[in-house]
Write a protein that binds this ligand. Sequence first.
Ligand code: DGJ
Length: 747
Amino acid sequence: MAIVYHEQSKTFHLYNAAVSYIFKVLPSGHLGQLYYGKAIHDRPDFDRLFETSQRSMSVCYFDDDTTYSLEHIKQEYATCGTGDMHLPALAARMPDGSRLLDLHYQGHRIAPGKPALPGLPATYVEQDSEADTLTVLLADPLAGVTVELSYTIFADDPAIARHAVIGYTGPGTLQLDRAMSLCLDLPDMDYEMVELTGAWARERHVVTRPLAFGVQAVYSLRGCSSHHFNPFLALKRPNADEFSGEVYGFSLVYSGNFLAQADVDPYHVTRVTMGIHPQNFSWTLKAGESFTTPEAVMVYSDRGLNGMSQTYHQLYRTRLARGAWRDRVRPILVNNWEATYFDFNEDKLLGLAAEAKKLGIELFVLDDGWFTNRSDDRGGLGDWEVNTQKLPGGLKGFGEKLNAMGMQFGLWIEPEMVNPGTKLWDEHPDWVLHQPGRRPQPGRHQYVLDYSNPAVVDHLFRHFEQLFDGVPLSYIKWDMNRSISDAFSCTAGPDQQGAVLHRYILGVYRLYQLLTDRFPQILFESCASGGARFDPGMLYYAPQCWTSDDTDAVERLKIQYGTSFVYPVSSMGAHVAAVPNHQVNRITSLTMRANVAAFGAFGYELDLTKLGDRGKELVASQVAFVKRHRRLLQFGTFWRLKSPFDSNEAAWMTVSPDRRQAIAADYRILQEVNVGYRRLKLAGLDPDVLYRVTPLGSGAVAAGQAEEVYGDELMQAGLVTSDGSCGENFTGEGDFISRLYLVEAVR
Ligand code: DGJ
């Protein structure tokens, strides 16, 4: 890995074995983008890649060069008003009302390692040798604006992390209206844009569309990253698929309002920008102050979408997630939400926990409803006082009872919200986001606390610190159940209101930091009505996230498949729930449900006491199977093999780092009859290793003959997965079928 600066040609080349990123200081002092893609040899200059041409109606930078127009030069961090005609990376208002900005190179520094971003989640290194960082300083002296562009290239991953720091030297104050984390001009538009789109209970469905002229974007204005769009987009060549071809991934390490867009001009140049959404955002800078954007992580793959995802998985699992739980296999849990909703008492919970313990489950998670005034979702949020009618011994007493039966204790909280009727609501009306005189809008009957006010965060930290103190807690589920409206802070001045939503997220990050520092052994799972905040920002604090409120195995195929585009399997909370399923009323077998959830942070969310003997036996063997293989399931290299968005089938697999072990999963949604033969080509194995392949049946116990096959044959010819549906010999299996295959090296 290297970052080279060629003095004479003023060219920067960031490269490692997989990727090159090249830009230069242009004659005008602007930064020109020259190349981003597969690694190429370094050379003293790449000026041949700099293109301009005479185009009518263009604004030209030099009077004597009618080809030199910022409108037609591919740039690194574009501004508006002084020649470039596209949507910019940066926009601001100066005290004289000017919005004109023109940034010129001032200098740069290159250093080993990667500095942290103050108050923001970001990828990190453990040794300086893991990455190098280039910081380029730009300035517009007349506007008083400085910009530091930061680029970190990792030694072992085709990934580059970027962010910008915007400074102001005065006079007066600057209003920052738009400060993107990255801006990248690519020389053509021969791409399809891949995005993760959805809604509550169907998060992160994969949507692909050819790039067209103009703007195509995904975004959130909900105060959270949202169910609807994820802070991610990829540009892939039309011929790229899961296994081959070029893909550029862009992912924002942020949990609030975001914008991710590709803007194609009539000359086929594609500008990708990504960052905090400029709508409802403005940030005031006084002389000497600066603003740091969130980090964006760009990944290049010439191994298709799987290649891109595997880079994100590796980087985000090991160098974004942190803490005691980062590298530890996750406890198998039972959560009482879908088992009881609000209708529980201690006996019922302990009965469920005792049954779970018998079946080998390790952690009991007490979900919503354990605190005062919370018999439904209309009250209680904010005071966080235990309901001693439900839990007579308090949290401590309940936790100790769980521990005495050998179960760990996990607890649900929703610390960002308040319900009317609580003490918090009555005592601190100014702590609720709302504009005085305007009725704030409820969502799930609750209102949003003003996390942009540090006093609110401090209060909640003290409160939870006391609440958790002495309670034998192993796990916290931090929920957040509404979009944010009425983003007005009663304690902020008029010039601070545009900053409220960003400051809100900074407040969320601060509380996470305080709590995870204070309780380092607790495993945190983030959640937002299912997966409305499944984003890289959250992963920095909580190594796993509740993937979706949809627990149906068939729906989960799509949700987990899409989520895996960016996020590692270890980060996806995945539970086996009751049937008929509570979201879609579908009945799937226990085996199907477990075979989907096994590719995640595994657990159960149903009343286990109601299962018959056969059901309990199955659960016990599923739990044993996941325990035996969870390092492979959660931390192996994940390959998507067949997309549920394309057909009636889905398949994926996980391979151990030494390629000696793998587990493949093959799912069929609706049963078929008298159809063609089936093969499933595996991936990621060692072609020269002989593997024993064991088909696993219900409860993940061996079913059918194991066979010994070389890796090359498994990857080229595939597993033969033909079954009774390939003919009239109907075996009795109906819809929603799944099969696991255990693949183990023999020699
Ligand atoms: C939404 C979460 O996604 C659910 O899992 C559950 O915790 C409920 N909130 C509780 O209110």
